[in-house]
Design a protein around this ligand. Structure first.
Ligand SMILES: Cc1ncc(C[n+]2csc(CCOP(=O)(O)OP(=O)(O)O)c2C)c(N)n1
Ligand SMILES: [Mg+2]
Length: 571
């Protein structure tokens, strides 16, 4: 059989069913071989967009997406999106066509393996027709089981070769590894002694199983529950949810985390963003990190205890041990500890345990959300305060949503003022801090979860950088909301350098009618200067739309956002 058929057959047998890309001669046959076996193909307009779509799709699906690329510029165009995926440990298999080994003078020749490796992705290659099946299967497994972005180089001569089908690939999936029992005992002992424990769950805890296990353990020891930005929404609905830890934390969240005596990061790197440059970690705080990747432990900050193991397995092992070892006065039995899952007949009176008390529960209900923090509305009639805009959208748009965010000064507003229903409600492609990926991330999210309204939140700079994918969103008939926080500038740079009196001509732009541009692509669109202008969005929602709506929000920009200071300290 043809090598392209063998690869397509192997990948579909392994479960690959969704592919994004841009087709050229080098990936034409393989892409068609996959489509003919039932794989859904989404054509993007730029390879970087295709990569971000695939990245977002895989984050939400929890299994590898395929990204199909032409040789040479097809891959180099995709590199920023691939780098974001690699840094985020997104399971992604890049099918990267490449020139034949002997085509040493080809215009398309680049060093695919070096490029892939330089981005943090895992390089792989088809070495011969006879072994192509095995190489492809191994590449898919690495992406799936090790959560890696794998770039599989596909030399044209090998693709064009013939091979024999060696039989179906092994379909077994690697089981998650549990922790060692001595480490479980140590963590249980730390939590048994804790008086104000806080859990911070990260990307490695983004699953229903991890949520259930962490909530159970937190109930047992009275912990409060926070997440990194990448896992925002994980504990939504839990009365002890603090939302995001770090630069996006509300004042109450920051206060409670900083006052913890024990902080446990679960599948969370505890990087400078999540810890606000370490300022949320008190001097006497005991810091624990649980991660299935030993090399992640202690990478961003020194920890007192590192536990290597799957988050859900570790949390349930520790919970089991803790019930037997509950300190005096704290009944560790799960039945007694689930205040938010109280018996029928109304909430049980809460016995204080760990950090939890009746008084704190009320305070959290009233104050923990950013939108409950008072602020002075700076809207002036011709431009809308981004906070006011975002709160109005939070009220207007259905709660079953996914918020996908681009990078820039604006990015905190949607991250902090738009609520999300769960850990699948937030697509945060910010591991590489690139602008221009947000729209494509939103399209990938909408492809993965057509049951939810997707909100793409972009700046005018990032929005225009990635705008070619507006055609993709229209062509796919996606009913998504694209909000552009339009300050007619690279606001992040304006607010970074403006206070020093630097010239800002390079980072300011004349006004652009982004609504008109969007209509040209076939979107619905509206320009918004005050909350009263949002009427067309309401009408659009009611019309059961088969196309996106773009909101060109002319926002106030007299000063930078407060989290931006944090960002610049990290440069
Ligand atoms: C690909 C890329 N180019 C440049 C930058 C530097 N950069 C960071 S934020 C920003 C401004 C983005 O402008 P906009 O999207 O309008 O958001 P704003 O900051 O104005 O809210 C730029 C240029 C980057 N992060 N990524
Ligand atoms: Mg801007």
């Amino acid at each position: 059989m043809k090598v392209t058929d063998a690869i397509a057959e192997a990948l579909t047998k392994l479960g690959a069913d969704t592919m994004f890309g841009v087709v050229g001669s080098g990936n034409f046959h393989l892409t068609n071989a996959l489509i003919s076996r039932g794989v859904r193909y989404v054509a993007a307009r730029h390879e970087c967009g295709a990569a971000s779509m695939a990245d977002a799709w895989a984050r939400l699906a929890g299994r590898p997406a395929l990204l199909t690329l032409h040789q040479g510029p097809g891959l180099t165009n995709a590199l920023t999106g691939i780098t974001e995926a690699a840094k985020s440990r997104t399971p992604l298999l890049v099918l990267a066509a490449d020139v034949s080994e002997r085509a040493v003078t080809s215009n398309f020749r680049i060093d695919v393996s070096s490029l892939a490796g330089a981005t943090g992705a895992t390089p792989a290659r088809l070495h011969s027709a006879a072994f192509a099946f095995d190489d492809a299967v191994r590449a898919y497994r690495t992406a799936r089981d090790e959560r890696r972005t794998v770039v599989l180089g596909l030399p044209l001569d090998v693709q064009a070769g013939e091979c024999t089908w060696p039989g179906d690939p092994d379909l077994r999936v690697a089981e998650p590894a549990g922790p060692s029992q001595p480490q479980v005992a140590k963590l249980a002992a730390v939590l048994a002694e804790a008086t104000r424990p806080v859990f911070v769950a990260g990307r490695g805890a983004r699953s229903a199983a991890a949520r259930a296990a962490l909530e159970q353990l937190a109930d047992n020891c009275g912990a409060l529950l926070a997440t990194s930005a990448a896992a925002k929404g994980l504990f939504r609905g839990n009365p002890w949810d603090l939302d995001v830890s770090g630069g996006f934390a509300s004042p109450l969240t920051a206060e409670l985390i900083a006052n913890a005596d024990v902080l446990v990061g679960w599948g969370c790197s505890l990087n400078m963003w999540t810890t606000r440059h370490g300022t949320l970690i008190g001097p006497r705080m005991t810091v624990v990190q649980v991660d299935n990747d030993a090399s992640a432990i202690g990478r961003h900050r020194r920890v007192h205890l590192g536990v290597v193991g799957d988050v859900a397995l570790t949390a349930s092992d520790v919970a089991r041990l803790l019930v037997g070892e509950a300190p005096d006065g704290a009944d560790g039995s799960p039945e007694a500890q689930g205040p938010h899952e109280a018996q029928a007949g109304g909430p049980a009176a809460l016995r204080s345990i760990g950090y939890r008390s009746e008084e704190l529960r009320s305070r959290l209900a009233a104050e923990v959300r950013w939108r409950d923090v008072p602020y002075e509305d700076e809207s002036d009639g011709s431009r809308i305060d981004p906070r006011t805009l975002t709160i109005a959208l939070d009220d207007l748009l259905p709660a079953e949503r996914i918020v996908a965010i681009d990078s820039g000064n604006f990015m905190g507003y949607p991250s902090m003022f738009l609520s999300v229903p769960d850990q699948d409600g937030f697509c945060f492609t910010q591991a590489y801090q690139s602008i221009g990926l947000g729209l494509a991330s939103a399209i990938g999210s909408a492809t993965a979860r057509p049951d939810r309204l997707v909100i793409a939140a972009l700046g005018d700079g990032g929005g225009l950088m990635g705008i070619s994918e507006l055609e993709t969103a229209v062509r796919l008939g996606l009913p998504m909301v694209i909000v552009i926080y339009d300050d007619e500038a690279y606001g992040a740079e304006v607010h970074h350098f403006g206070p020093d009196g630097c010239p800002l001509d390079t980072v300011r732009f004349p006004p652009a009618d982004l609504a008109a541009i969007a209509r040209g692509f076939g979107c619905d669109a509206v320009s918004v200067r005050s909350a009263d202008d949002l009427g067309p969005v309401r009408d659009w929602l009611e019309s059961r739309p088969g196309r996106p709506i773009l909101i060109d929000a002319k926002v106030t920009s007299d000063h930078g956002a407060w989290w931006l200071e944090e960002a610049f300290r990290g440069h």
